[in-house]
Design a protein around this ligand. Structure first.
Ligand code: PLP
Ligand code: ZN
Length: 428
């Protein structure tokens, strides 16, 4: 396969930059993304090549991101920093499907990535770029999963990592991973949006490579979620993808990847994308529903800490993708998120709260008549159930009253005497 030429292009003004120098933003302040020249590229050949790599046992093509290398990043294999990420399962939604009112509902479990979230797909690509640019230190602001992922990829590739997290506001499992993988962890006094501002300044001033989702290479890696779903469905295109939205990088990646497949003739139908935000952190949903200009949310709140973001960096890119695919944006309440999570968990699949916006949102859109109950729908579960045990225990013990969340489907633990009779009673 010949090399597909690529460069960075401003989303706002269209100015292009070659890849020789580190750049996160355009001179005009707009965000950048990687664009490719597809002239002379044969989509059928690409598809054949990717299918031939399916099930590779080792090497870079054993990764569910680098399997699609031609549309990820053209770089020498020796530069690639990989943990064989991706290769996540696509489950029939079971009980969660009944709950959402959908007959053909699949859940793509990105919580099955090496560090337990889809962030690994972006991080393999971002870390590879960091290596390519000769970085020795990488940094990010994070609601948790990005830092866990970055610290791991930095550790496997011999880079240092610096993590900025909002003080006291990230799930325990994620903080544990960041510390365990050796990330220098700075808990700043402020929220995620403050941390995001600070890390950009730090990277500029201290010559550290920035691995937030503003980093265009991370978006490229995350496109592979959509590629892999399609490959798992033998390239049959579902009617809908439903995906949670926080910083809005992931849905941007999904639509960008699908658009590339469409341009290459690899898919002939455009699936619709529904982005689901938590009602307390929903700048995109607010804008969408009220047809108002973008306005950041001052003090974002939600139990789904992975998407507790008031000023998402990728909102412009995200909208561009939604326009392309005739997408929609919806928001869901805290109760809806946690009840949907109880159903995803009870289905035996399990995921962290933010992930379950996919199911809560699908249910809401089916009820609203936007998604047909017969439609084929793929929900993205973005993170692992073990990331946030506090949320699970709080719900099942019905102790989230102060957040106005009831344990609707609580599975309460019981304390009993150590006798057969007590067990018999408990099982009645
Ligand atoms: C990062 C993250 C999200 C949000 O993705 P964005 O690209 O920021 O929209 C959702 N769920 C989980 C579990 C995450 O880690
Ligand atoms: Zn520009």
């Amino acid at each position: 396969m010949k090399v597909i030429p690529s460069c960075l292009k401003c989303v706002r003004c269209g100015k292009t930059y070659d890849l020789s120098q580190v750049r996160y933003n355009c001179q005009c302040g707009g965000t950048l993304d990687l664009t490719r020249d597809f002239s002379g590229v044969d989509g059928r050949e690409l598809k054949k090549l990717w299918d031939s790599r399916w099930g590779a046992k080792r090497g870079v093509y054993a990764s569910g991101v680098w399997r699609y290398k031609e549309l990820i990043l053209d770089i020498d294999d020796s530069c690639i920093v990989s943990r064989q990420e991706g290769n996540t399962r696509l489950y029939p939604a079971g009980k969660a499907g009944e709950y959402a009112g959908l007959k053909n509902f699949y859940l793509k479990h990105e919580g099955e990535n090496p560090t337990g979230s889809f962030k690994d797909r972006g991080m393999t690509c971002g870390s590879t770029a960091a290596k390519f640019y000769g970085a020795r230190t990488v940094a990010c602001a994070s609601t948790g999963n990005t830092s866990a992922s970055m610290a791991s990829y930095a550790a496997v590739s011999g880079m240092k990592s610096v993590i900025f997290i909002p003080e006291g506001k990230i799930a325990y499992g994620k903080l544990a991973q960041a510390l365990a993988f050796g990330g220098k962890t700075l808990q700043i006094r402020g929220n995620f949006d403050d941390a995001m501002r600070l890390v950009q300044e730090v990277c500029r001033e201290l010559n550290i490579y920035l691995l937030n989702s503003i980093n265009p290479f991370r978006i490229e890696g995350q496109k592979a979620i959509g590629f892999e779903v399609l490959q798992q469905l033998d390239w049959q295109v579902p009617d809908w993808f439903v995906i949670p939205g926080g910083n809005l990088g992931n849905n941007t990646a999904l639509s960008k990847g699908l658009q590339e497949l469409y341009e290459l003739g690899i898919i002939a139908k455009i699936p619709r994308i529904a982005v689901i935000q938590a009602a307390g952190s929903a700048p995109l949903a607010n804008m969408w529903k009220h047809k108002t200009p973008f306005r950041a949310v001052e003090n974002p709140e939600t139990i789904a800490t992975a998407i507790k973001i008031g000023n998402p960096v990728s909102w412009e890119k995200s909208l561009r993708g939604l326009e392309w695919c005739n997408g929609v944006v919806e928001d869901v309440t805290e109760q809806e998120i946690m009840d949907a999570k109880a159903m995803v968990d009870a289905a035996g699949i399990g995921a962290e709260p933010a992930s379950c916006c996919s199911v809560a949102g699908a249910k809401k859109l089916v009820e609203a008549g936007v998604i047909d109950p017969e439609a084929q729908v793929v929900g993205i579960l973005t993170g692992n159930i073990l990331k946030d045990p506090d949320a699970v225990i709080g719900y099942h013990k019905d102790e989230l009253g102060k957040l106005n969340i009831r344990g609707t489907y609580a599975n309460q633990p019981q304390v009993i005497d150590c006798t057969l009779e007590a067990v018999r009673q408990a099982l009645e």
